[in-house]
Design a binder for this molecule. Structure first.
Ligand code: ZN
Length: 136
């Protein structure tokens, strides 16, 4: 993940995802280490996320996602799941499907993801038909 060149919004989403995966109360230095950035640069982004109401940072209490921050991560995870499934359905290898989904989840529009979700269902059904177990 080439984070230094990612647009700021994507970088912020990576922060949210990382806080989510490290768990509530994680320290700033642990977050910075996980993202391979200096604590001072991590703090700058954390303050912006705080201003946007997505995290709280209380010094020794560590970092916490707000309800809105948590929702944002869950949305990204849902998009990721749909995209990864789609790529696998069209024959992309699992590791590549994961990597591509990880990139696209940050830039794709929610409407398009909904369409892909429907396509996934259709593809899964079609696979069943081709395999001869239509199930109806
Ligand atoms: Zn991501």
């Amino acid at each position: 993940m080439d984070d230094a060149h990612a647009p700021l919004r994507v970088r912020k989403e990576h922060y949210l995802e990382t806080i989510y995966s490290l768990g509530d109360g994680v320290t700033l230095s642990r977050l910075a280490r996980a993202l391979s950035v200096k604590p001072s640069s991590a703090l700058k982004v954390v303050r912006e996320l705080e201003a946007e109401g997505l995290v709280t940072y209380g010094g020794r209490k560590g970092l916490r996602l707000t309800e809105a921050g948590r929702r944002r991560v869950e949305e990204l995870n849902q998009r990721h799941k749909t995209l990864e499934e789609f790529f696998q359905l069209i024959g992309v290898a699992p590791e590549e499907a994961f990597r591509e989904a990880e990139k696209l989840e940050h830039v794709i529009s929610p409407e398009v993801v909904l369409r892909i979700e429907k396509l996934n269902e259709a593809l899964k059904k079609m696979r069943g038909v081709l395999a001869g177990d239509e199930g109806v």
